[in-house]
Write a protein that binds this ligand. Structure first.
Ligand SMILES: Cc1cc2nc3c(=O)[nH]c(=O)nc-3n(C[C@H](O)[C@H](O)[C@H](O)COP(=O)(O)OP(=O)(O)OC[C@H]3O[C@@H](n4cnc5c(N)ncnc54)[C@H](O)[C@@H]3O)c2cc1C
Ligand code: SF4
Ligand code: SF4
Ligand code: SF4
Length: 334
């Protein structure tokens, strides 16, 4: 039976995906390409057909071109927050992601973590291989511009045996495809932390939105937030500007309109803000290793968790289902 995905899989490289503006800029193709025919660029990778040998490896790991993700069974739902002051000060919500990575680093579960930090250019994120607690703290906070974090796996693959990766759901899906089709690059990954996600923005569009829609200079922004149906930014002078999230849609990545995964359903553990109070994060645990790590972070006094209320659980499940339905409506499987 003909499906769009079957048609996509006929493509010989990610060149067409990038050209069509459907790329999610996860960074996976940059890592697996044996000829360096895909390299980082401003808003999506740069594809060089001269270097490409059409081996199709990039197409096998691309989360836009592939569907069919194994969802881990949920072990537990929590709401939690960091008890580390220096994390809580800079974290996006409860600081759960950074605190779990610090716990994993302290106890030797991981040697490094692939995360995303701000570059020198205002609001432009870039991948980072964090090796210390200070590195992790410097990477805390959400960047709503897409960050090709998975391109950093190239740097870690032959250097480390145990690595954690933090990513939005499309990146978590790409890791699952890498495990099957390019296992060399997924081999050191011992922990995958997913972030809830409704959309992200290409850098150029994000700055355009700030300037044209919100009359805000990107270099004056110190914090961005998506909460309660609103996108808002806090400025250096203390000012806060916000617009309704539906007003941001025209600036979002095209790939996000065709994405059905809200909660990074194949991650060991996923974290987001919805369903929790201000300053807390919602946590969905799917692997025993992640549950054990979380328990140890609680025992060592770095993290505080409570069971998530049934109301919050239903709210999140509704969100998950709505995003799946939106995808089926936009792009039915058959
Ligand atoms: C693009 C985007 C959209 C999101 N949309 C929603 C949403 O609609 N609803 C919701 O409930 N939550 C959403 N989140 C998740 C939320 O913003 C927080 O990241 C989450 O609650 C974890 O908070 P924390 O305080 O535990 O994380 P922190 O301790 O602050 O750590 C954040 C971690 O995320 C990593 N990170 C930041 N930005 C990116 C990025 N662009 N790509 C990959 N990794 C990144 C950092 O490196 C860091 O490791 C979104 C996050 C992102 C990045
Ligand atoms: S088809 Fe192979 S050589 Fe060409 S871009 Fe993809 S991974 Fe690189
Ligand atoms: S979505 Fe990821 S793998 Fe696919 S083309 Fe974009 S960067 Fe490459
Ligand atoms: S909405 Fe989907 S495609 Fe867009 S950044 Fe989030 S996970 Fe990736």
């Amino acid at each position: 039976m003909f499906t769009l995905w079957a048609a996509l899989m006929e493509l010989k490289s990610v060149g067409r995906i990038i050209e069509s503006g459907l790329c999610a800029y996860c960074g996976a193709c940059i890592t697996v390409c044996p000829k360096e025919a895909v390299t980082p660029d401003a808003d999506e990778p740069l594809y060089d057909s001269e270097k490409c040998i059409e081996c199709k490896l990039c197409t096998f790991v691309c989360p836009v071109m592939n569907r069919g993700v194994e969802e881990g069974p949920v072990i537990a739902y929590y709401t939690g927050r960091s008890l580390m002051e220096d994390v809580a000060r800079v974290a996006q919500d409860g600081g759960v992601v950074t605190t779990l990575l610090i716990q994993a680093l302290r106890e030797g579960m991981i040697e490094a973590a692939v995360v995303c930090k701000f570059s020198e250019e205002p609001l432009r994120p870039e991948p980072m291989v964090a090796l210390t607690e200070q590195d992790l703290i410097s990477s805390a906070g959400s960047k709503y511009v897409s960050c090709p974090s998975l391109s950093a796996l190239r740097q870690v693959v032959d250097k480390y045996e145990s690595v954690a990766v933090v990513g939005v759901p499309c990146q978590v899906r790409a890791i699952q495809f890498m495990r099957k089709k390019a296992p060399r690059y997924a081999r050191p990954i011992k922990l995958v932390i997913g972030l809830f996600c409704t959309e992200s923005y290409p850098y150029t569009k994000f700055c355009e939105m700030l300037r044209d829609k919100m009359s805000v200079d990107p270099s004056s922004v110190i914090r961005s937030e998506i909460k309660h149906g609103k996108f808002s930014v806090k400025l250096r002078d203390g000012g806060i500007h916000g617009i309704k999230i539906k007003e941001t849609k025209e600036y979002a990545r095209r790939s996000c309109h065709f994405c059905g995964d809200f909660a990074a359903e194949s991650a060991d553990l996923s974290v987001g803000s919805i369903g929790s109070d201000e300053g807390w994060s919602t946590i969905i645990v799917r692997s025993q290793e992640a549950k054990d790590l979380l328990d140890r972070a609680v025992t060592s006094g770095l993290l505080e968790v409570r069971e998530l209320s049934e109301d919050s659980k239903s709210f999140i499940l509704k969100f998950i289902s709505l995003k799946k339905k939106r995808l089926e409506k936009e792009l039915p499987l058959t």
